[in-house]
Design a protein around this ligand. Structure first.
Ligand code: ZN
Ligand code: ZN
Ligand code: FE
Length: 765
């Protein structure tokens, strides 16, 4: 007989609430091993005992066959003294110690649960809250750790005997699935009128009737309320737009399945994978010509944001309706999404005709995530539900716990310790009290969940950002706190490096091309078209777009025609060409110009976003905007992707060298004068900017010998421009880093700040 061995195993990563213990239990049976498994604050601990070959087999299978939602980061083993016995036990959770266990994001309904949902013979047939260890709510219902039912919003739903049996049976799919429930013991769905009075009929059927009748129904989802309307009904979608005060920004559309998605949009393999995966973001896809969607769904856009059902409620609605429906955040214009029941009724009163709601509370508000695809991978636009709070790995571990406060628009924060950077769910534009509250309570909640008490607080250099003020205030109250200010575009590039797991200490500094709308520059001007030589410690500004005045400050951001005027003035001076945009603002432009020339409320900017604005206005694409980045987004949509022509932009010697954006504007004006079509001009502008990015990078490579380029900043949500830059840089022999885990826009800033703070805390000792 071979000798017995006993091995202690510690597994770290996302290993709780994902069926890891029953998995280990089943594995132990398969290899005929005795021992135990349990959860503690760091993850899963396990002891196995038996034949050495079986122990080795168990260890190999442990990572190879791990449950679908598990994300194993580390497995540690140590030898123990055998104790004998034949049983394998699942032992109760241990509290205390460091809270290093990771928490799974909310996850779309799995195939097994879906089968039950539509199986008339199953006891959970049509039950809108069916879930199991492999799927269902997680992050949005967790109040505290360790992750156990009493610490979730399921605490008030004691298990019925049937569910209890499943919950305690290690062979069952629902073993220790904390949100498990059924119609006898779990939450229930109800449809109410605006006064909160229940509508007495089957809630799903009645909701379908309302949607078909053109009504707007507020639907309580995983991380907040949505507003639903029939996507094929022009009056219904237009009414939703008017009531939400959302003029142009596209609405997301939920479709029943992949086939339905394929009828509306062009769905390639990558898109199919993203749409049907466990995270279920809104995916922006090129729409097929024709189509049944109301034009009010996405005015002026050739892309549609599609998503597939991700909760049983959505599946029931989609199956019963059988056609696409708008599913957009339950909020008025720019406020955060409503997630508390009473709050939702108040805030959505002027929008929703009815409420499809339920009694499982949402603890953490999480918006839908939004992604595009680029070269077979995801390009995140908003990273929230389904992704948060899964950590991003920092290239350099944080020696002291870090809080990075992010920027202002599309705000996120980031808590980091060790190798883990927990980038928060989407907070929103940090411009009002409601969003600020969401920001501060979010920091407290994630700090508690991951046991992170920040010793370092990183922030943007913009003194007026509420996130910067929060950092300063916090440092004032907590004297021991170390403040780390990180320049906005340096943070963008650091974010791209961290996103790609690249540590410049190993490969040397990189060329950072940061193109965005607005960021506070070291010289007090507004930056946004920057060529940096950067590592995680610091940066040098080697080049930038030529500066122009921002006539009227923030008014110029809302009114792209002002940027057209500013660029025309910088190119032509007193000899302005006869262009349509001036004709459209004939009563205003002279005043605006004289104010800009006098330098009154007209700060200088090198922003690439504003250059896009100027060209969009010249092209007649958009003179004023209703949401951030609209002019650039619509111009990308108009550009002819097959057009290969390009406009040249000169480089002026520095340091820092300057890219003459005005050259592009001049070429646009000349082509328009020749009657060249808007899609062609828009494409040549994109291509010209791609050429300019390449020229800037080549200049830096020849002077500094650096051949790695990181592309970041909100302008790189523009896939056409991104493709043009990546193609050109790749062909010229550069290694190009683009975003894949966090957005290139300001939602990625907090990760970059955390990475910089981690490195600076190393050097600061
Ligand atoms: Zn499931
Ligand atoms: Zn039950
Ligand atoms: Fe930015």
């Amino acid at each position: 007989m071979t000798s017995r061995v006993r091995t202690g195993i510690r597994v770290e990563g996302i290993v709780q609430g994902v069926g890891f213990r029953p998995f280990a239990h089943a594995l132990a049976r398969r290899f005929a091993l005795a021992g135990l498994v349990g959860n503690d604050a760091r993850g899963v601990f396990c002891e196995i005992e038996g034949d050495p070959a079986a122990v080795a087999g168990f260890l190999a299978a442990l990572t190879r066959e791990a449950p679908p939602l598990a994300m194993i980061e580390r497995v540690e083993t140590r030898e123990l003294t055998p104790t004998g016995g034949t049983e394998f036990d699942i032992v109760p959770s241990e509290e205390g110690g460091d809270r290093q266990a990771l928490i799974s994001p909310d996850t779309a309904t799995c195939a097994d649960c879906l089968r039950e949902l539509f199986d008339p013979a199953d006891r959970r047939y049509h039950y809108p809250f069916v879930n199991c260890t492999n799927c269902g709510p997680r992050f949005s219902i967790i109040r505290d750790v360790p992750y156990d039912r009493p610490k979730t919003t399921m605490a008030d739903f004691p298990l019925c005997p049937a569910c209890e049996k499943e919950y305690h049976d290690p062979a069952d799919r629902r073993y220790h699935a904390q949100p498990v429930c059924c119609a006898d013991c779990g939450p229930s769905l109800r449809l109410t009128d605006p006064a909160g009075r229940p509508v007495p009929s089957d809630p799903i059927e009645a909701t379908i009737g309302l949607l078909r009748a053109g009504k707007v129904v507020a639907v309580k989802g995983l991380g907040g309320y949505h507003l639903a309307a029939d996507a094929e009904s022009e009056p219904a979608v237009s009414a939703l737009r008017a009531r939400k005060h959302r003029e142009d920004k596209p609405f997301a559309v939920m479709v029943p399945d992949l086939a339905a998605a394929g009828r509306l949009c062009i769905v390639d393999d990558t898109a199919a994978e993203v749409l049907t995966g466990t995270r279920r973001p809104i995916l922006l896809l090129p729409r097929r010509p024709g189509g049944v969607l109301a034009s009010a769904v996405a005015p002026g856009n050739r892309d549609i944001g599609l998503l597939l059902p991700y909760t049983p409620i959505h599946h029931l609605l989609a199956a019963a309706l059988g056609s696409p429906f708008v599913l957009t955040s339950g909020n008025v214009s720019d406020e955060p999404i409503a997630y508390l029941d009473g709050e939702a009724r108040d805030r959505l009163a002027s929008i929703a005709d009815y409420y499809l709601t339920h009694d499982r509370p949402i603890h953490m508000r999480t918006d839908d995530s939004v992604v595009r695809t680029f070269r077979g991978a995801e390009l995140p636009v908003r990273r929230s539900r389904g992704y948060a709070p899964q950590p991003v790995r920092l290239p350099v571990p944080a020696r002291r716990p870090i809080l990075a406060c992010g920027a202002e628009l599309k705000s996120t924060f980031c808590l980091a310790r060790g190798q883990h950077a927990f980038v928060s769910h989407h907070i929103g534009d940090l411009e009002n009290a409601e969003t600020l509250h969401s920001f501060t309570t979010g920091i407290e909640h994630l700090g508690r969940l991951f046991d992170i008490v920040p010793a370092t607080v990183a922030h943007d250099l913009h003194p007026e950002y509420l996130s910067s003020k929060y950092a300063r205030d916090r440092a004032e109250v907590e004297g021991e706190l170390k403040l780390v200010g990180v320049q906005h575009h340096h943070a963008h590039i650091a974010s791209c490096l961290a996103d790609n797991g690249v540590d410049p200490a190993e490969i040397g500094p990189v060329i950072g091309v940061a193109l965005d709308g607005t960021g506070f520059g070291l010289d007090g001007t507004i930056w946004g078209g920057e060529f940096l030589l950067a590592d995680l410690t610091g940066f040098t500004r080697l080049g930038h777009l030529d500066q122009v005045p921002l006539p009227g400050g923030t008014a110029a951001i809302r009114q792209p025609w002002r940027m057209a005027l500013s660029y025309l003035d910088s190119v032509y001076g007193d000899d302005l060409p006869d262009v349509a945009v001036l004709g459209r603002h004939v009563d205003q432009w002279r005043t605006v110009l004289s104010v800009a020339r006098a330098g009154v409320n007209s700060p200088l900017t090198s922003s690439a976003g504003r250059l896009f604005d100027a060209v969009a206005a010249l092209l007649g694409v958009r003179d004023t905007i209703n949401y951030e980045g609209q002019a650039a987004i619509e111009m990308e949509q108009r550009a002819d992707p097959l057009e290969a022509g390009s406009y040249p932009a000169g480089l002026v010697d520095g340091p820092p060298f300057r890219v003459r954006g005005g050259d592009l504007v001049r070429a646009v004006v000349e082509d328009l004068g020749r009657g060249v079509e808007v899609p062609t001009v828009a494409a040549r502008f994109h291509n010209g900017l791609g050429d300019a990015v390449l020229a800037g990078c080549e200049r830096i490579r020849s002077a500094h010998g650096v051949a790695v380029v990181a592309l970041s900043g909100g302008v790189f949500q523009n896939v056409l421009l991104l493709r043009r830059c990546v193609d050109r840089l790749g062909a010229a022999g550069f290694r190009v880093l683009v975003h894949g885990q966090v957005p290139p826009n300001d939602a990625g800033i907090s990760l970059g700040q955390a990475a910089v703070a981690a490195v600076r805390s190393l050097t600061a000792g």
